[in-house]
Design a protein around this ligand. Structure first.
Ligand code: NAD
Length: 485
């Protein structure tokens, strides 16, 4: 299979690679260098209409395809992703600015894992039955919904794209999927992989374009019955306002402002190593990164000194070099936003302990978008910097004296995605985990997750849950049937 990347990417509709009907394209940048590397279809409603027609044609057969056949084709997609790991990782690193090793070790393997996980899920998925003693039996048929929309962001491009598509396909739906216009390349390559794997034409349609036009055309289309969205809280709010009155099924995985709570009795070395990871992995552009570090006052100064030292030692540079720990942020637009947030933090009284400035990288990366990992202290909890998502390599430090104070700060934002707790006191850890308003709480670790668990946020971090049976339930329509004896 040829995974060469053309200058003009194309949509994947009905098994064909075709340009946008309008002939319009958007520039695609490599954020590591700042140069234009290609163009992405700027698709509109008419392209979505075409994709929906293709999906409608494919649905009767795909929804009646045996679970075993669906399992085989999804497994084949997983195997092909693994076979082409190197090419996909390079494509993603160039598209997104993340270190190549991160794509190779995390993003691309996880994309394969997503397909494999949901391929096997469909072989084991079962529906419920409820017996009314000797009177009747109720059972639930879980049927594919029909055509569903999957919209994903730029931070983990193929990982999050496949996290939605795989369960939707496994459950027998046909999919209209839109990757972020900022990172379209691996999604384009996924179309080639699906074709090679023998996924029937029209079952998965990948349409490129921006959110307000192409994305909204998916959300508004009356034949698309469910929307699975991952992205910002602002876009999630807009999508909900369109989809809710149309009574569409909705799953929204949104932003976060995650607390990382560190007690004096923690395992110091492990906490420090993982806090560096949870703060700056992928330049802080993971929705689950801990962006507010809350430290028990008696170890605050020691933590601050050690954390600054380790942060300053992070190697920033060309994402393609194996030694690089910090790559570029995803775009000029995002670079400007993060720099504005740092300026605002200073206006709000923040003291920048390290970073806070753009970094210039020599050689081919001279024009890229690099920001030094930044630590800020001295800000009140209620300021914008401590309550609004930045989504970049910027963390704040706050000291606390008591468990109750730590909890109040942790829960003091409108978000509720994730939290970490570092303590050796197991009673305290469990007590706090139960009270923190977050969809996932890590105790003495970060970013570990069994794919069978429900994933998602509370409060403004989202509605609904992904992962495991939650995803299989989301992508099926339950119908209850009661048979009287
Ligand atoms: P974004 O909301 O700008 O865009 C996400 C996707 O939605 C893109 O494909 C975009 O084109 C599309 N989109 C934007 N507006 C739309 C609209 N009105 N209708 C339909 N589609 C629309 O987000 P982003 O900047 O790409 O990603 C960063 C955000 O994603 C951060 O807030 C981050 O926390 C969040 N995120 C959340 C999770 C999670 O699981 N909760 C995971 C990753 C990222």
């Amino acid at each position: 299979m040829n995974l060469a990347i053309p200058y003009h990417l194309e949509n994947f509709i009905g098994g064909n690679f075709i340009g946008p009907l309008s002939g319009e394209f958007l520039d695609n940048y490599n954020p590591a260098t700042g140069s234009i590397v290609g163009q992405t279809p700027n698709s509109h409603k008419k392209d979505i209409d075409l994709a929906v027609k293709a999906a409608q044609q494919a649905f009767p057969e795909w929804s009646n395809t045996s679970n075993e056949k669906r399992f085989l084709v999804l497994n084949k997609i997983a195997a092909l992703i693994e076979d082409h790991l190197e090419e996909l990782a390079i494509a993603e690193s160039n598209d997104n600015g993340k270190p190549l090793w991160l794509s190779k070790e995390v993003d691309i393997p996880r994309a394969a894992e997503n397909f494999r996980f949901f391929a096997t899920a469909i072989m084991h998925f079962a529906s419920e039955s409820h017996a009314m003693q000797d009177k009747a039996i109720n059972y639930t048929l879980r049927q594919p919904i029909g055509i569903v929309g999957c919209i994903s962001p730029w931070n983990l491009p193929l990982y999050l794209f496949t996290w939605k598509i795989a369960p939707a396909l496994a459950a027998g739906n046909c999919v209209i999927a839109k990757p972020s216009e900022v990172t379209p390349i691996t999604a384009f390559l996924l179309g080639k992989i699906c074709k090679e794997a023998g996924l029937p034409d029209g079952v998965l349609n990948i349409v490129h374009g921006n959110g307000s036009d192409c994305g909204e055309a998916i959300v508004k289309h009356p034949e698309i019955k469910a929307i699975s969205f991952t992205g910002s809280t602002l876009a999630g709010e807009r999508i909900a306002s369109i989809a809710a009155p149309m009574f569409k099924k909705l799953s929204l995985e949104l932003g976060g402002k995650n607390p990382n709570i560190i007690f004096a009795d923690c395992d110091w070395e492990k906490m420090l190593k993982e806090t560096i990871r949870s703060s700056f992995t992928n330049q802080g552009q993971i929705c689950l990164c801990g962006s507010r570090i809350l430290v028990e006052r008696k170890i605050y100064d020691a933590f601050k000194a050690a954390f600054i030292e380790k942060t300053k030692a992070l190697v920033q540079g060309d994402p393609l070099l194996p030694s690089t720990q910090q790559g570029a942020v995803v775009s000029k637009l995002h670079f400007d936003k993060v720099m504005r947030c740092i300026a605002l933090a200073k206006e709000e009284g923040g003291n920048v302990l390290c970073g806070g400035e753009a970094v210039s990288v020599e050689g081919r990366c001279k024009g890229g978008y690099y920001i030094a990992p930044t630590i800020i202290e001295g800000l009140p909890q209620q300021c914008k910097t401590n309550t609004e998502e930045i989504f970049g390599p910027v963390v704040t430090l706050q000291a606390f004296d008591t468990e109750a104070e730590a909890l109040a700060i942790a829960n003091g934002t409108s978000y509720g995605l994730a939290a970490s707790i570092w303590t050796q006191d197991i009673s305290r850890a469990h007590r706090m985990a139960g009270q923190i308003q977050a969809g996932i709480v890590w105790i003495n670790c970060w970013l570990k997750r069994d794919l069978r668990t429900a994933f998602g946020g509370m409060k403004n971090s989202g509605v609904g849950r992904e992962g495991g049976w939650e995803a299989m339930r989301f992508f099926t329509e339950p119908k209850n049937i009661c048979v009287q004896f």
